[in-house]
Design a protein around this ligand. Structure first.
Ligand code: AHR
Length: 508
């Protein structure tokens, strides 16, 4: 790309003030799956290992990524997991078959290790309960083990296991993807709703202030999507705080369509929010139920379906180790824009997952951990935690077909810091072929100076970062102009940019 490349002009202005970006929108997810935990979070033989055996370089990258909350231990895994297997002296912990992912689970890492890891990483733990093959009693026992200060057999066991303070976990998932036939303990909406309601009611007796997440749809193409939410929420609305939903995207051979994945997420979140509103009206409930988008990402899950029948049970297999491209990173950035655009209805979001397994971080034994392409847009957008989110719109009525195309390909969300002293502009060009010249009218924010501008781009949209070349796709300085309150910049096809603007007033 050079200055002579023909470009589509796109004029944008600030539009709707959506709400505050809850820091929990920048969550992640760690499952006992492949090398996510063993070799990812936990690698006692790694040169960077902490005294607890956590991979130190991974911890550093997690902090840099800006992750705020991490969901654990699954995922499909949790529906067959007995949390008791993962506590106490390590040499007494059982080795078990995990039937969800066809793995041997050594149980070296469990709830206490996870919470300790969260404290190191500076993130909030979000625990998922086994409401698949597990019962309410076992869920309540975990709650008591984790959160009761001491003086009962379960809480004293936690103390004896090295955690004198309660773990004080606030966010609890009432199972995982119960709507999916692949789920251990899969059941009908009515049966799941009853199980979740009974468990939630008992948990509230322990602590009415817990935040409980009831299971919604595994993705928007589920045949039960919509009906499942209606039935489950109608039974549980007065007992829970959040309704979960999951979504994954991959390039099915049509890159242009793949790059528009955020349109699908926009619609999905709108539909889940509408279903919540419908159930609230129909039940006359006063509850302010929010969405927990607790699994989202780019993941070609169909490739796993092909290898799965041929696998044998083994420990920490190399599965779901997706290597992400520049195009994947642009999609991740635009999915984050969609999450920001729904900041008024989404309370929690977790990119799935964190390390090695469909994660923004990769780690190999004996090599420094590295940032995948998708790391970069996440780290950029996570800096908007706590900001006010503003949507943008085309500045004028579109008058040419080229405007219309360019306008739809260019996506932009602006966030303003709590004091209004700076704004972050997150932009993408989703076109596979068109260069876009953006002019964004920011006058309302009294923009003063461009403090930082970075572009994530490479000539080849399939470019990746690897152990040998970890910085092939990294943000590089972007030329911008700020004239009379309008920010001007050029975006090549398949690119992502973030610009930080210093503002003169606290108008945000
Ligand atoms: O993140 C991988 C898997 O995707 C999770 O275990 C499951 O909840 C979802 O189907």
């Amino acid at each position: 790309m050079d200055d002579h490349t023909p470009a589509v002009p796109v004029r944008l202005r600030l539009a709707r003030r959506i709400g505050t970006a809850n820091p929990r929108l920048f969550g992640s997810f760690v499952e006992h799956l492949g090398r996510g935990v063993y070799g990812g979070l936990f690698a006692p033989d790694d040169p960077s290992a902490t005294p607890e055996g956590f991979r130190g370089d991974v911890l550093e990258l997690v902090r840099e990524l800006g992750v705020t909350v991490v969901r654990y231990p699954g995922g499909n895994f949790v529906s067959g997991y007995d949390w008791r297997d993962g506590i106490g002296p390590r040499d007494a912990r059982p080795r078990r078959l995990d039937l969800a992912w066809k793995t041997i689970e050594p149980n070296i890492f469990g709830t206490d290790e996870f919470v300790a890891w969260c404290r190191h990483a500076g993130v909030e733990p979000m625990l998922a309960l086994n409401l698949g093959l597990g019962d309410t009693r076992s869920a309540l026992d975990l709650l008591e083990y984790a959160n009761y200060p001491g003086g009962t057999t379960l809480s004293d066991a936690r103390v004896a296991n090295g955690s004198p303070e309660p773990h004080d976990v606030r966010l609890w998932c009432l199972g995982n993807e119960a709507d999916g036939r692949w789920q251990l303990g899969h059941r009908s909406a009515a049966a799941y709703a009853e199980h979740a309601a009974v468990t939630a009611a008992a948990m509230r007796r322990f602590d009415p202030a817990l935040e409980l997440v009831v299971v919604g749809s595994s993705h928007e193409r589920m045949p039960t999507f919509g009906a499942w939410e209606r039935e489950v929420l109608t039974r549980t609305i007065d007992l829970v705080d959040h309704l979960s939903c999951h979504i994954y995207f991959y390039d099915e051979g049509d890159r242009a369509r793949f790059l528009r994945s955020s349109d699908v997420l926009d619609r999905f979140l709108d539909d889940v929010a509408a279903t919540i509103a419908h159930v609230r009206a129909a039940t006359r409930s006063e509850r302010d139920i929010r969405i927990s988008l607790d699994e989202w990402n780019v993941w070609n899950y169909t490739s796993y379906d092909e290898i799965e029948p041929h696998r044998v049970f083994e420990e920490a297999p190399r599965i779901l180790e997706e290597t992400y491209t520049l195009a994947d990173a642009v999609v991740v950035g635009t999915l984050l824009q969609s999450i920001l655009r729904h900041a008024d209805v989404v309370a929690v979001a977790a990119m799935a997952q964190l390390v090695n397994v469909i994660g923004p971080i990769r780690a190999e034994p004996g090599r420094p951990a590295w940032r995948q392409t998708t790391f970069h847009p996440f780290a950029a957008v996570a800096r908007s935690a706590g900001h006010t989110v503003l949507d943008t719109l085309p500045d004028t009525l579109l008058d040419t077909a080229a405007d219309a195309t360019g306008g739809a390909d260019a996506t932009c969300v602006v966030t303003v810091s709590p004091g209004g002293d700076h704004a972050l502009v997150h932009l993408a060009n989703r076109s596979t072929s068109t260069v876009t010249d953006i002019a964004l009218d920011l006058r309302e924010l009294a923009p003063r100076v461009v403090e930082h501008a970075e572009l994530l781009w490479a000539p080849d949209p399939t470019a990746t970062n690897t152990a040998d070349d970890p910085d092939a796709v990294v943000p590089r300085p972007l030329d911008t102009r700020l004239d009379d309150g309008t920010l001007a910049l050029r975006l090549p096809p398949v690119s992502w940019a973030t610009v930080r603007i210093g503002c003169a007033t606290g108008s945000g």
